[in-house]
Design a protein around this ligand. Structure first.
Ligand SMILES: [Zn+2]
Length: 76
């Protein structure tokens, strides 16, 4: 399951999520845990406001799209 981001989405609202970063230029994709990202950006920072800081590690483009995902947990 992945959620689209709104301008007010903060990591603090999605502590269990991982963040999916996808390059709009070369489609390179990586996933970062919310707590790892929070160490760089802070829990309260609106993610959209920081989008321009992200850069594709493969091609260097600044067209990175962000989505939130949740790790499937075993039920029981
Ligand atoms: Zn790229």
């Amino acid at each position: 399951m992945a959620l689209p981001l709104t301008s007010s989405t903060r990591l603090a609202d999605h502590r269990d999520a991982f963040v999916e970063l996808r390059c709009g230029a070369c489609a390179h994709q990586r996933e970062v845990r919310a707590d790892a990202l929070a160490r760089m950006l802070g829990w309260e920072t609106p993610l959209m406001a920081r989008l321009e800081r992200f850069r594709c590690s493969r091609c260097g483009a600044r067209r990175v799209e962000i989505r939130l995902g949740y790790v499937r947990r075993s039920r029981g």
